[in-house]
Write a protein that binds this ligand. Structure first.
Ligand code: EPU
Length: 419
């Protein structure tokens, strides 16, 4: 077991380069199953969720070659199985994308129930409803999801709730199906556009990704030998923006799409930050204690739930009282218990938390309760007085590439040690 040891009180300063988006990469890799041939994917984040999908693809018969740390070649010409090992698929959330991809390719699929961060109930009823409307028979039980079909046929699917995972999964299943599929009330996150761009680069016919109606005109086959670059991770970029705000820092964030972060920029400007956009870079300068603000998490383009805990750290030391309303997940305030161990004054009940800003945090041993909570606690350790130890790094390593090296390059006193 490893932990991060942080000696805090640092004002972060300098440049950081953002990796490819985790939540896009974990969908594009399964999407290569829809191609009968070789795909090259670059700007791939080198994180444990990506490595496990690659291992699963190998189990299904794909050949994988890493050209370098962030570029992979996947040869899917000899897929021999549609059963993804349940012990591997239940280790992370995005394994559900194997359902849409394998249904599209093999007309049958079996995966373990998806795992991932414990954020409360994480139903997949909208995925299942969509697969059934497309003509699949879906069975769930004993920790396994299986689906089979003679033929998928395009149809209209109205999503009862805005779901990133269901939107992408149904796009995957509909790509090779007969006829046209309309997904209404679709999610609009940048990674949905990215997955559609990848599929379209391979010859799919997907129109409207990034709006709330996506039309997928089925094509009989996708073409091989494409090279595709994963979109920069807006959540990683947002994490460093909030690290700058919380540490009264000056950070230039490179290889990002600033417009994907408009909502966060607006909020941190309210908190007193100065934000500059410059092509694929943005800079966040903060010279004062953050002002208190209220935040409501929403689907894109609203404030992302995946930046809620990092924002919580900045608000824990803000001047005044802030309220965060978490409208996506039932249980995403577990990190506040850890922050209170560091001297924060946060009360949470259900989906609401009240942050009474304190002047400073003090280092303490804390545990990463989920991926984004882990990133938040690193920021907390960097701004706190004294020593913080963050344990349970398995969550952080699932989604952030080289996180301690990136913070170290910005001046943080942080190192990874064996427990
Ligand atoms: N929902 C349903 N039924 C469904 C699907 C979702 O009721 O069939 C509900 C969920 O319970 C939740 C809401 O709809 O209340 C949104 O869920 P969504 O399906 O959008 O989430 P997801 O696909 O499971 C992805 C990201 C999460 C991120 C959410 C919201 C991946 C692998 N995960 O999850 O990322 O929080 O979208 O943006 O893409 C993270 O990266 O730390 C993370 C948790």
């Amino acid at each position: 077991m490893e932990k991060l040891v942080i000696h805090g009180g640092t004002r972060l300063n300098g440049e950081v380069t953002i990796s490819g988006a985790k939540n896009s990469a974990v969908a594009i890799l399964p999407a290569t199953l829809l191609i009968d041939g070789i795909s090259t994917i670059n700007n791939l984040p080198n994180i444990s969720d990506v490595k496990i999908i690659c291992d699963i693809l190998k189990e299904l018969g794909a050949k994988i070659h890493w050209n370098n740390n962030n570029e992979i070649q996947i040869d899917t010409r000899n897929i021999t199985s549609w059963k993804a090992p349940t012990d591997m698929t239940s280790k992370f959330r995005a394994s559900y994308y194997l359902i849409g991809s394998l249904l599209g390719r093999c007309k049958s699929v079996e995966v373990g129930s998806p795992g991932g961060c414990k954020l409360g109930a994480r139903p997949i009823d909208q995925h299942i409803k969509g697969f059934e409307l497309l003509g699949a028979k879906v069975k769930t039980g004993s920790g396994i999801i299986s689906a089979t079909t003679d033929k998928l046929v395009g149809t209209s699917i109205y999503m009862d709730t805005v779901s990133v995972g269901a939107t992408i999964n149904l796009m995957l299943a509909a790509t090779l199906c007969e006829g046209t599929t309309n997904i209404e009330n679709a999610a609009k996150e940048p990674h949905i556009v990215d997955v559609a761009n990848f599929l379209n680069a391979a010859g799919a016919n997907i129109i409207g990704a990034g709006t709330d109606v996506i039309k997928i005109i089925g094509v009989p086959k996708l073409k091989a030998n494409i090279t595709y670059s994963v979109v920069p991770d807006q959540i990683e970029a947002g994490t460093f923006m909030l690290a700058s705000v919380a540490s009264k820092g000056d950070i230039t964030i490179k290889n990002c799409v600033p417009e994907h972060l408009d909502c966060l920029s607006a909020k941190i400007i309210e908190m007193g930050a100065n934000v500059e956009y410059n092509g694929d870079e943005l800079r966040v300068i903060m010279n004062s204690r953050p002002k208190a603000v209220n935040v409501n998490t929403l689907p894109y383009p609203g404030f992302p739930t995946d930046l809620q805990s990092q924002m919580g750290v900045a608000l824990s030391i803000a001047d005044g009282t802030s309220i965060i309303n978490e409208s996506i997940w039932e249980s995403r305030f577990q990190y506040t218990t850890e922050l209170n161990k560091m001297g924060a004054n946060i009360t949470s009940q259900g989906k609401t938390a009240i942050f009474q800003g304190v002047k400073s945090l003090t280092g303490a041993p804390v545990s990463a309760t989920d991926l984004r909570a882990g990133a938040a606690l690193i920021i907390a350790g960097i701004i706190a007085q004294g020593k913080t130890e963050v344990s349970n790094l398995i969550h952080i390593d699932r989604g952030y590439e080289n996180i301690e090296s990136k913070f170290k390059a910005l001046g943080a006193n942080i190192r990874r040690v064996k427990e």
